[in-house]
Design a protein around this ligand. Structure first.
Ligand code: OOG
Ligand code: MG
Length: 262
């Protein structure tokens, strides 16, 4: 830790206000170039505490920057994790108000729900697969609180990894019934294919992303609880959306997820 508690609290407030008021801010590492990983996750955790204190629930956890496509798009190389606030949950087919966001983008993801707790260090896919309750298709809506979506790793961790919303599909499958690495995904925007991918884009296997999450949480003495909904990270690059756009994502063996923006 390089930042004191008062600075962590102040940065958490600044970033959360940016979210709540839809007013983007400058990267926090510009003002605090020496901040470290503990500071970054400490700010994210302070934002989480502010929401919980206000009565919000945590609807799930997310991994981000787990695919080459996402790393390349954002210019960073390391996966990160964050949390999903309850108010960001939208039903499949929802018409979503653009005024909720600053500059939203959508990403196709495989979501995994756990049946039992998973903890690191040393958590591996062999422990994750039998701990999966079910797998479901999902689309994440990300919305960086930074101007022009420009950030570095520590800034985006502090900003709860751009988490803003998510839509889960309505078909659930057992892990044993799926070949997650070859599971194909087709994203359409206004009827045109804009991105294509397969599950292996996410660290070779979306369940590896869950193992990595357990190991990352372990360094903060936390674990993935039983029953957690986990977004494993965008398979393809994120796609910007605006008023009037309709998104439809088809997932092999997992149905489709759609939404529109008004
Ligand atoms: C950071 C969040 C990345 C993913 O699935 O890769 C993410 C960002 O790109 O703004 O959620
Ligand atoms: Mg994501």
């Amino acid at each position: 830790m390089t930042l004191d508690q008062a600075t962590i609290a102040q940065l958490a407030e600044r970033l959360e206000n940016a979210e709540l008021n839809r007013q983007p801010v400058t990267r926090i590492t510009d003002a605090y170039p020496d901040m470290d990983w503990d500071d970054a996750y400490g700010i994210q955790s302070a934002i989480r505490k502010r929401k919980v204190a206000r009565g919000n629930k945590i609807a799930g956890l997310k991994m981000g920057l787990t695919s080459r496509a996402k790393m390349k798009q954002m210019g960073v190389e390391t996966p990160v994790y964050g949390f999903l606030p309850d108010y960001g949950s939208y039903a499949d087919g929802a018409e979503i108000d653009m005024a909720t966001f600053i500059h939203p983008r959508v990403e196709a993801e495989v979501a995994i729900v756990t049946r039992t707790e998973l903890s690191g260090p040393g958590c591996h896919i062999g422990q994750v697969l039998p701990a999966i309750d079910f797998v479901v298709a999902a689309v994440e809506i990300i919305d960086s609180r930074y101007e022009n979506f420009r950030f570095d790793l520590k800034s985006v961790i502090a900003d709860n990894t751009s988490a803003a919303g998510f839509v889960a599909g309505s078909m659930i499958r057992e892990a044993a019934d799926l070949d997650m690495p070859t599971l194909g995904v087709v994203m359409e925007k206004n009827g045109e294919i804009v991105e294509l991918g397969a599950g292996a884009a996410v660290l070779g296997h979306p369940a590896s992303s869950v193992a990595m999450l357990a190991n990352m949480l372990a360094s903060r003495d936390e674990a993935i609880p039983a029953g957690a909904f986990i977004m494993t990270g965008g398979i393809t690059a994120a796609v910007a959306v605006g008023k009037g756009d309709a998104i439809n994502v088809r997932f092999q063996d997992l149905g489709k997820v759609s939404m529109s923006f008004k």
